[in-house]
Design a binder for this molecule. Structure first.
Ligand code: NDP
Length: 499
């Protein structure tokens, strides 16, 4: 192994540990294919060690005995640690998946906000609530306690590694759970470094956050493990279904953030320049590798030609290059297999009758084998593969419509329901769209905006449950209804008391 390759191990119980297996995974910089890190390919025995550490930590008074205000303090410490290391974490993210440093730096600068936000919500866990019951002359009362599930198993993808991990870790810790994390094999380093930093620089007890890197089989070992109390998954719909099956077998709670094929809908009364910007933001930012990508653009037939001219011009101006260079606007896709997937979809689109208005090729002047031009497919029918399946790359399928009803029908005519956007000056039309489109997030005259305090998640095949907002916290605690009877008189022993 070359000397400039950094080796990492598993992070279990507050320390780096060697894997029980021999296999390792190389981590490459997708810009030029250079291998710069190596991590173990975690085994089922490693997963078992991590779950055991998380279970032990969960039961320790050092963790279970914390008050809500102590957890709030801890989450604030985590946020401060992220702030202090934001540049380093941003660079790690960029080296793993090739996303632009100019996107990752601002993302890491706000990552701490998720921990601060859920720190504030710890009060909600501590509070529970009192329930009014018709009681025995005031001698009986009922209250509801909020309690953590226990050990959370979390599996995350490669496109926004730390952001998507934090959408789980912050509410999980706020509610008092412990955590075993299996990051993507493409992007395991930032999670390992994150766990190391939290252990070194905050009061997080050992064993509360454990990271076992590895490939899909490591994820499957985690979902198979009978010692978990909750599974949290972000990734493809296909793997999400497998995760849900395992949760069903083990009868544990599961939340799933899955894929999308989100419609970005343009009406003739929209500010077209702004809308084209929104389309670019929706599908070319992050090289199209976002779950919420606006990969189906529905355009009213009256503005279709003008829109396609504008979009292809703008796509042609996008500067591809080194994701560390602040001038670069689009980096590579994250790894070669993903490049093949994207290319396969572009070819399938053309074979099924779409017209390639721009892109679709690997540019010659760039290094590595992961660059693909921003790609515009027009004359797309909503039934085509490129309109129905998630591509997860910088490929937009442009579809025309003639009426508002048709636009809504097309927007909903897909198995996914993660996000949607409408571009119009008519707010009544926007409201009708908001009410009729079956998606978990809708933007009006915007695209790709998220916040810690606003719920995010999918309708239909895009998932189960929500992340962010108070809804995101509810995924990590269960409720216990407690009855106290001071009267000392049990009623009829043969009937259910309904108070
Ligand atoms: P995958 O579903 O392939 O992988 C997601 C995670 O699951 C990875 O850590 C992967 O490991 C792991 N995994 C793979 N097979 C199994 C298995 N059988 N059991 C348990 N875990 C397994 O998705 P991608 O990594 O390709 O990520 C892209 C997908 O994620 C897209 O569909 C995208 O839409 C979705 N996504 C959804 C978001 C949302 O919030 N709704 C946000 C971001 C992405 P490994 O990588 O090592 O194979």
């Amino acid at each position: 192994m070359p000397s400039d390759v950094t080796t990492y191990e598993l992070f279990i119980d507050g320390e780096f540990r060697e894997s029980s297996g021999e296999e390792r995974i190389d981590v490459e910089f997708p810009y030029d294919g250079e291998v710069w890190a190596s991590v173990p390919d975690g085994t089922a025995a490693d997963i078992d060690d991590a779950v055991t550490a998380a279970r032990t930590a969960f039961e320790e008074p050092e963790w279970l005995g914390l008050e809500a205000s102590d957890r709030r303090e801890l989450l604030n410490e985590i946020a401060d640690t992220i702030d202090a290391h934001a540049s380093e974490l941003a660079e790690l993210e960029t080296r793993q998946n090739g996303k632009l440093l100019r996107e990752m730096e601002p993302q890491m600068n706000v990552l701490g906000d998720w921990f601060r936000y859920y720190g504030r919500l710890t009060d909600e866990i501590g509070d529970g609530r009192t329930v009014n019951v018709e009681n025995k002359d005031g001698q009986m009362f009922n209250y509801v306690r909020h309690e953590p599930y226990g050990v959370v198993g979390a599996i995350t993808p490669w496109n926004s590694p730390l952001l998507l991990a934090s959408w789980k870790l912050a509410p999980a810790l706020a509610a008092g759970n412990t955590f075993v994390h299996k990051p993507s094999e493409e992007t395991p380093v930032s999670a390992l470094r994150f766990a190391e930093l939290l252990t070194a620089e905050t009061s997080l007890p050992d064993g509360v956050y454990n990271v076992v890197p590895g490939a899909g089989a490591t994820g499957a070992a985690l979902t198979d493990h009978g010692g978990l109390d909750k599974l949290a998954f972000t990734g493809s719909t296909a793997v999400g279904r497998e995760v849900a099956k395992k949760a069903g077998e083990n009868l544990i709670k599961v939340s799933l953030e899955l894929g999308g094929k989100s419609p970005n809908v343009l009406f003739p009364d929209a500010d077209l320049d702004d809308a084209v910007n929104g389309v670019m933001k929706g599908v070319f930012a992050a090289t199209g590798q976002t779950c919420m990508a606006g990969s189906r653009v529905l355009v009213h037939e009256d503005i279709h030609e003008e829109f396609v001219d504008l979009l292809t011009d703008r796509a042609g101006d996008i500067k591809l290059g080194d994701p560390r260079d602040p001038e670069t606007e689009m980096g590579p896709v994250a790894f070669r297999d993903q490049w093949e997937t994207v290319k396969h979809y572009v070819d399938a689109g053309v074979e099924e009758g779409a017209r390639l208005a721009f892109g679709g090729e690997m540019p010659d002047e760039l290094p590595g084998e992961c660059f693909i031009q921003p790609t515009v497919l027009v004359d797309v029918d909503n039934g085509m593969t490129v309109a129905q399946e998630e591509i997860f790359g910088p490929v937009v399928s442009v579809i025309t419509f003639g009426s508002e009803e048709e636009a809504i029908e097309l927007a909903n005519d897909v198995d996914f329901g993660l996000a949607a956007a409408i571009w119009t000056q008519d707010m009544q039309r926007a409201n009708r769209f908001v009410e009729s489109v079956r998606a978990g997030t809708i933007w009006v005259n915007e695209y790709r905006v998220v916040a810690p305090n606003s719920p995010f998640g999918g309708y239909k095949d895009s998932g189960i449950g929500r992340e962010n907002g108070p809804e995101g916290l509810k995924e990590y605690y269960q409720v216990k209804s407690v009855w106290y009877d001071h009267a000392g008189e049990v009623g009829d022993p043969f009937s259910l008391d309904v108070e």
